[in-house]
Design a protein around this ligand. Structure first.
Ligand SMILES: Nc1nc2c(c(=O)[nH]1)N[C@H]1C(S)=C(S)[C@@H](COP(=O)(O)O)O[C@H]1N2
Ligand SMILES: [Mo]
Length: 238
């Protein structure tokens, strides 16, 4: 199949990933060479399912103004321990049923398109907080990894042995980020540094902190999530 403008890995999308506008105006200074070196040349066969999900307009959740941020409202909620992560050796792995498995250091991740949002974090335990997060859209990482056609779920593995699984559409939502900043500063360790999930479409327990690995799969395993395996709902949508 030939390349066309709907190909998620078309040059146009690579330009978007690299921070260029479609018109070719440099927005962030991120190099296309970097994205091309991660994704390879965009001549692979299309992944129809991924493409459909990317093209299906997913309604963005309305965001809050920065003045609405509640700096002290986000309660640290960690089931066990805070892992000790060495940032110099840290790598995010994106693997599973993909054609282009990725091993990314933090510098590379921070050179990809940075997105910022002010959203409400909601914990089932009865509290909420308006927070600003910035990071890389998970969909950009998934596109770079080139999922095979059968992929329907993603596992997020954390350094504290927390684990979560998500449906692919929720992962590809434009406001599902792997965040490395919170309220304008580098993400604090207790909030999941160096990388944690942030999204306005899922309850707090889906938003894994200290993410080290994203594994794309076609079937869920018996372990579906740290809290889900103790009876909490799997989809956990907001
Ligand atoms: N790795 C990991 N991620 C996690 C948790 C955890 O214990 N370990 N707790 C979850 C829950 S229940 C909530 S509400 C949020 C809390 O995020 P915060 O500690 O940054 O406020 O993280 C979620 N992600
Ligand atoms: Mo939570």
């Amino acid at each position: 199949m030939s390349q066309n403008s709907n190909n998620p890995l078309s040059r146009r999308n690579l330009l978007r990933l690299s921070g260029y506008s479609v018109g070719g105006i440099l927005l962030t200074g991120v190099s296309l060479t970097l994205v091309e070196s991660l994704a390879g040349k965009a001549t692979e066969p299309l992944n129809q399912k991924l493409e459909e999900l990317l093209l299906k307009p997913q309604t963005p959740v309305p965001e809050f103004p920065e003045s609405a941020i509640e700096p002290d409202a986000l309660i640290i909620n960690t089931y066990g321990f805070t892992p000790d992560i060495d940032l110099t050796t840290f790598r995010l792995i994106v693997d599973g049923e993909v054609d282009n498995p990725l091993t990314l250091d933090l510098a590379t991740i921070q050179q990809l398109l940075r997105q910022s949002m002010v959203i409400r974090h909601v914990c089932v335990e009865g509290w909420a907080a308006i927070v600003q997060w910035a990071g890389v859209p998970v969909r950009d990482l998934i596109q770079l990894a080139k999922p095979k056609p059968g992929v329907r779920y993603a596992y997020f593995i954390s350094a504290d042995r927390y684990y979560e699984s998500w449906d692919l559409a929720s992962c590809l939502h434009p406001q599902t980020l792997l965040a490395y900043e919170k309220n304008g500063v580098p993400l604090p360790v207790d909030n999941g540094a160096p990388l944690r999930l942030a999204s306005p479409i899922k309850l707090g327990y889906k938003l894994s902190k200290w993410v080290t690995q994203i594994t794309l799969v076609s079937e869920l395993r018996s372990r579906r999530g740290f809290w889900e395996d103790q009876g909490y709902e799997w989809f956990a949508g907001l």
